[in-house]
Design a protein around this ligand. Structure first.
Ligand SMILES: Cc1ncc(COP(=O)(O)O)c(C=O)c1O
Length: 456
């Protein structure tokens, strides 16, 4: 009888024939509301924080794990550098590989954030223009609602190198994927006009502002049919808020932050590169000792710095494992709750949602009463600051110019030009959304509109 068998019998007992009865292991106890509150006790409890989308959130247990990695480095940096850093990063990459269903861990690099990932892909495109693989005037396509910083990156790297940048206009409010697909196809046609080639399509998985889930798999398939050379999916919000299967989506490059909806500390993202793609030789813009050894290794040492946010993925998995259904369960509950809260707000304010529920993830857009007269991006920012300062509500606001023919009526409620983007994640409670509802009701009842708010 080996030691393991003895231990098992001792635990489970056995009958006269030595047959051991299999006792089911007790299911791990799901995390309680009090434990969740403890994990996020470092949040400012006076604020209704319904903007997880911008910066994400990190629980105390993961912050403790991060601190422990930092101390390991500080205790004996040389030993850490030679023996622990790379195995630790490999472990995190291997976990990410499983979650996103990549074919190989070498397809997964860890980088600082989605902005860095975009720079890596776009730098690669700019070299293709500079070295003659792409012809000057060849097109790069991006969504009109691409993230502002990524748009600037496209201009900085690609337009400057001779690429012709074309935006896909997207309707908002949006009511179906077909509307998006139609506009995308039209823009690809435009991109291919005059014998031009479309070299790169940059497609968001979840747009930031306004927030809409984009049918990336279908758009990627269309790109393949239409001969687009490369597809880069900017999925900064994806992991933890939508299902991610990179093989199924089929893009060349795909990035998601891990610090938004996946509970990593700021900041870490993965950049997936399909190894069968012709252009898998990306480089990190910060060149160091590992240059030429593949992006995952290049990214694993970009000089002396703190790598702890990249090393805590196993601890994040532990945290997520305390929730019923793991990350899938969290994702599903966040979606259901954000839709419920969005509908509650729209009904209370007499407005509507910016997209059908199936086109949103853990964030949803809700129209603000037209009488608040949000008439510019500056107004949207003024109103956001006012909600923060006067009502302690943190929520981003989007300005949508009126469509042709629509006029902003002075006291009317029927022309919606401002939308809140509400988020839901594990630490949120219904009271957060009630506070927003009541704050807006107060403003309306007091006759406030954006013209009356100071712009400090
Ligand atoms: C679609 C999209 N892309 C890129 C980013 C940039 O993310 P980060 O600031 O973490 O680099 C964001 C941030 O919200 C985003 O929403």
């Amino acid at each position: 009888m080996d030691r393991r068998h003895r231990d098992d019998s001792a635990d489970n007992g056995g009958d006269a024939n030595g047959q051991r009865e299999k006792r089911p292991r007790p299911a791990p106890r799901a995390i309680s509301a009090a434990e969740i509150a403890e994990e996020f006790a470092h949040h400012d409890s006076s604020v209704a924080r319904i903007n997880n989308g911008s910066f994400g959130s990190c629980p105390a247990s993961v912050l403790a794990a991060q601190r422990s990695w930092q101390l390991q480095f500080l205790r004996q940096p040389d030993e850490f550098y030679f023996n622990r850093l790379q195995p630790g990063l490999f472990h995190s990459r291997a976990l990410v590989k499983e979650i996103i269903n990549a074919a190989d861990v070498d397809e997964v690099a860890l980088v600082d954030n989605a902005t860095t990932a975009a720079a890596i892909v776009l730098q690669h495109a700019s070299w293709a223009f500079a070295e003659g693989a792409f012809r000057k005037g060849d097109a790069v396509v991006m969504l009109h609602y691409a993230y502002g910083a990524v748009k600037k990156s496209i201009h900085a790297y690609v337009a400057r190198a001779g690429g012709h940048v074309i935006e896909v206009p997207l309707p908002f409010p949006v009511s179906s994927n077909e509307e998006i697909v139609r506009e995308f196809r039209k823009t690809l046609e435009l991109g291919k006009a005059n014998g031009r080639r479309v070299r790169l399509a940059v497609i968001d998985h979840v747009t930031s502002m306004p927030s809409v889930v984009i049918p990336v798999k279908e758009l990627t398939r269309i790109c393949r049919e239409e001969g687009v050379d490369q597809v880069f999916v900017d999925a900064a919000h994806a992991i933890g808020s939508v299902e991610v299967d990179v093989q199924d989506i089929g893009a060349d490059f795909y990035t998601s932050n891990l610090h938004k909806w996946f509970f990593c500390p700021p900041s870490v993202a993965f950049l997936y590169t399909n190894k069968s793609s012709a252009s898998s030789c990306l480089h990190h813009p910060v060149v160091s000792h590992e240059y030429g050894n593949g992006l995952p290794l290049e990214s694993g040492w970009i000089g002396t710095r703190d790598y702890s946010s990249q090393l805590v993925v196993p601890s994040v998995m532990e945290f997520i494992g305390r929730f019923e259904g793991g990350i899938e369960g969290i994702r599903k509950r966040n979606h259901e709750k954000v839709v419920e809260m969005g509908k509650m707000l729209a009904e209370a304010w007499g407005t509507f949602l910016g997209s059908p529920p199936e086109m949103c993830c853990s964030m949803i857009m809700v129209g603000l009463p037209g009488c608040l007269r949000v008439s510019s991006e500056k107004d949207a920012m003024k109103l956001r600051s006012f909600l923060r300062e006067k009502f302690k509500v943190e929520v981003p606001i989007y300005y949508q110019p009126p469509k042709d023919g629509e006029v902003l009526e002075k006291d009317g409620n029927n022309c919606v030009t401002g939308y809140v983007r509400i988020s839901h994640t594990v630490y949120n409670a219904e009271g957060d959304y009630h506070r927003l509802r009541d704050a807006v009701h107060n403003l309306v009842a007091d006759g406030y509109n954006c013209d009356m708010l100071s712009s400090k």
